[in-house]
Design a protein around this ligand. Structure first.
Ligand code: UDP
Ligand code: MG
Length: 320
């Protein structure tokens, strides 16, 4: 085990060559005056640019720079998980590499932690330089999630936060394959608080979060922390069956009692299409849960490390 440091800075990296030097400089200018020991944990999540080279250069110059290089792109949440797995700090800051999360907030986060909180997250008051569609979908998602889960996941909050060693260790005990770290941290509990900030624009480079990755994250958040979609499927099944039963009574009535009926092409089509739609949605919802069940049953390692300068604990042979 590494000798403990006060703070680990965990930074997931996916094609961030444009930001790494500035990020390192800004972090140092914030961290050095704090008078605490710290380390950087860069997690290179299969970048296809010069990111890894830049990180290695930093590591040659500064022994506090640790890095983990994945064998491929495993995704942001897994990268953060790996960083926390191997972080030595008594506390860890999770921060994006693109300087959208201002490093200048770290002293405030740390101060609140010292006051006895185990989690201090940074809540976005505003966000700049992002498309209206992204802001709107994010806003909608956070509210939807808050309303359907039974744990309180803070709205308008990403993964930018500081967490204590207790929380890091609790996260390590959560074996799910589909990570939704901010949900897991809410689930863990303890005293949590937040500070507010205005989210800046991405400093350089481009977002690595495609819509595909965002949808996946959203589904991981929902399925990981709520069974409501399954219940909605059941309830809509009952509702639709109830209506269908009434319509059936009416059909029999018109056919045999009043004899007043038309060859009903339109009503037939409508009901078949409607029922088919409801059924497919229900099957799809069940499928989302089953896919995650099977991912967990397979028990694959979460990530494969191709190179690192952190001594790996022996009890994790799958990571070698
Ligand atoms: N990231 C990652 N793997 C990915 C996508 C993103 O490690 O597959 C990292 C990225 O380098 C950045 C952070 O996750 O440090 C947030 O990503 P990004 O800024 O692209 O997301 P956005 O701010 O647009 O939501
Ligand atoms: Mg960003």
């Amino acid at each position: 085990m590494l000798s403990p440091v006060d703070i680990s800075i965990v930074i997931p990296i996916y094609n961030e060559e444009a930001n790494i030097p500035a990020l390192y400089d800004r972090l140092r200018s914030v961290l050095d005056p704090m008078g605490r020991t710290y380390e950087f944990v860069f997690v290179n999540d299969g970048s296809r640019d010069q990111s890894l080279k830049l990180i290695r250069l930093l590591a040659d110059r500064d022994e506090r720079v640790r890095y983990i290089d994945f064998s491929r792109n495993f995704g942001h949440q897994i990268a953060v998980t790996a960083g926390l797995d191997l972080a030595a700090g008594n506390a860890a800051v999770i921060i994006d590499a693109d300087l959208q999360d201002p490093p200048e907030l770290i002293p405030q986060l740390y101060k609140r932690l010292q006051e006895g909180f185990e989690v201090v997250y940074a809540k976005r008051r505003t966000r700049q330089g992002e498309s209206a569609a992204k802001k709107y979908t994010a806003k909608l998602f956070y509210r939807l999630l808050a309303s359907i889960t039974n744990i309180s996941i803070p709205v308008d909050t990403g993964d930018f936060r500081i967490i204590s060693r207790k929380v890091i260790d609790a996260l390590k005990m959560m074996p799910e394959q589909n990570k939704f770290i901010r949900g897991q941290i809410s689930w863990i509990g303890y005293r949590q608080t937040y500070i507010e900030y205005d989210r800046a624009e991405r400093a350089g480079g481009q977002t690595g979060y495609t819509y595909r990755k965002m949808i996946r994250l959203a589904l991981d958040g929902i399925t990981g922390f709520s069974d409501l979609p399954l219940k909605v499927a059941t309830i809509s099944g009952f509702l639709v069956s109830g209506i269908a039963f009434l319509v059936m009574l009416y059909t029999l009535y018109s056919r045999f009692i009043t004899g007043d009926y038309q060859p009903g092409w339109a009503s037939l089509m409508v009901s078949i299409l409607f029922l088919g739609g409801v059924q497919l949605i229900a099957v799809g919802i069940i499928g989302e849960y089953i896919a995650r069940l099977s991912a967990n049953v397979r028990q694959r390692p979460l990530y494969i490390i191709s190179d690192t300068n952190i001594p790996l604990p022996v009890e994790q042979p799958q990571h070698s």
